[in-house]
Design a protein around this ligand. Structure first.
Ligand code: NAI
Length: 411
């Protein structure tokens, strides 16, 4: 007998899509997921994997096992024919084209790292969005130390080889700087003691302060904390170019580097950029209060690629997660012909790790920082990890790093 259930096509496997997949009623919908990445990634802990505090596989979950009956295609959706309700897709590897017919589509494709078209960024910098990025960064950090420890290496080379530059003073840049400093101070210092005096970590921020999404007192605290740790924070430092051997600031100053991590915020994915649907000036899809893309009645979007017209929310994991679950419930109700309720986001506060077993928490009226907040940071993320297996693996990773230190082998 023909399957009469409407087809719900989900694009992406990030927080928004994964939460929707978990909450949708598969008795009512045929669920098809299209995404080049075949797993969900718990991105808030991604900076910890760049230095091996947490193992890569501890924060990912396969999409195929997320729900029974789900169909998954490892591919890019390249175009939506909204009139005929057809998604044009291309396989991830050989780019073989195929089509998926849908009744409803959920766009949860997130965002890419924004380069602002600055020359050299794509070519010479590392981003921090995916597991592969974290793997590359870890590889490169260790490589810088191995190269610097070669016999007869002139000391002048340490000026660039042991200088780690991070561009962007948002939570991604700050958390990476913190993890890198922990790794150098707690682990690499044991095995490369002669090199440690030459190591420099520099955080470049175009604006006047770092962590602007957090309360100003927490940004100031982080700056003081970083300065005690000898992490150099340079505000009002706009990067205008990256060459093969230097980061160039707008005043012409050149900073040599061994590694540059680029974390200056989000830009649109190719799909969203090309979609002929209403977008704001940062190229996010504009939705109504039901997370339905304007001018449509069967296209929903949530997370970093979407913005609600009268209630713009920050592009964070918790907005995407709550939004995905909301759209799933709403679609379940729609098919059951129940009344719809607008998306009601509940902000649970923001957390960030700043290194040396210290963290920040901005919970609206309550703000905290330091060691106790670090315990809160760890407990909160442990609770938020989706599967029990991942929770257990992350707990073991923390314990392993505490007892044995982080691994310094390059692979
Ligand atoms: P962001 O947008 O928060 O920060 C990027 C920073 O880069 C800005 O301060 C900007 O002034 C600076 N910048 C831009 N161009 C520059 C240039 N050419 N030279 C120097 N600096 C430049 O980006 P991030 O950290 O990637 O975060 C993206 C979103 O995800 C944000 O909404 C953030 O709040 C959220 N997020 C939250 C986390 C948490 O709550 N723990 C963790 C990670 C991300």
């Amino acid at each position: 007998m023909a399957d009469t259930r409407p087809v719900l096509l989900v694009l992406g496997t990030g927080f928004a899509s994964f939460s929707l997949v978990k909450a949708i009623d598969t008795e009512r919908f045929q669920l098809v997921v299209v995404a080049p990445r075949n797993h969900f990634l718990f991105s808030p802990l991604l900076p910890s994997t760049t230095v091996g505090t947490i193992q890569f596989q501890s924060i990912i979950e396969p999409i195929r096992t997320a729900r029974k009956g789900l169909r998954y295609h490892q591919a890019f959706c390249v175009r939506l024919d909204t009139e005929n309700k057809v998604a044009h897709c291309e396989g991830k590897f050989k780019r073989t084209p195929f089509e998926v017919k849908y009744d409803y589509v959920f766009i949860g494709v997130g965002a890419v790292s924004n380069t602002f078209g600055i020359p050299g960024v794509e070519q010479y910098c590392h981003f921090l969005k995916e597991i592969q990025d974290a793997r590359n960064i870890r590889h490169e950090v260790i490589q810088c130390f191995e190269r610097a420890s070669k016999p007869n290496r002139p000391i002048e080379d340490f000026d660039w080889l042991l200088r780690f530059v991070i561009v962007g003073g948002g939570p991604t840049g700050v958390e990476f700087a913190a993890e890198l400093h922990d790794f150098i101070e707690q682990d690499l210092s044991k095995w490369f003691p002669d090199l440690i005096p030459y190591v420099r970590i520099t955080l470049l921020e175009a604006g006047e302060s770092i962590l602007t999404a957090f309360d100003a007192t927490l940004g100031d605290y982080t700056r003081r904390h970083f300065s005690r740790k000898k992490i150099q924070v340079r505000t009002k430092s706009l990067v205008r170019e990256v060459t093969h051997d230097a980061v160039v600031l707008s005043n012409g100053e050149e900073i040599g580097y061994g590694l540059v991590v680029w974390s200056t915020g989000n830009g649109p994915t190719e799909l969203v950029d090309n979609l002929d649907l209403p977008k704001d000036r940062t190229k996010r899809l504009i939705t109504d209060e039901y997370c339905c893309v304007k001018t449509t009645d069967n296209i929903f979007s949530v997370g970093d690629c979407a913005v609600m017209e009268h209630n713009p929310l920050a592009p964070t994991a918790q907005v995407a997660q709550q939004g995905g679950t909301y759209v799933a419930k709403q679609l379940n109700d729609l098919v059951a012909k129940k009344e719809r309720k607008p998306f009601n986001y509940k902000h649970k506060g923001m957390l960030a790790y700043v290194g040396g077993n210290k963290a920040l928490a901005d919970m609206g009226s309550r703000k905290s920082k330091g060691f106790h907040t670090w315990i809160l940071w760890r407990s909160a993320y442990l609770t938020k990890l989706i599967s029990f297996q991942n929770k257990l693996m992350v707990m073991f990773d923390w314990l392993r790093a505490f007892i044995f230190g982080r691994d310094i082998s390059q692979y």
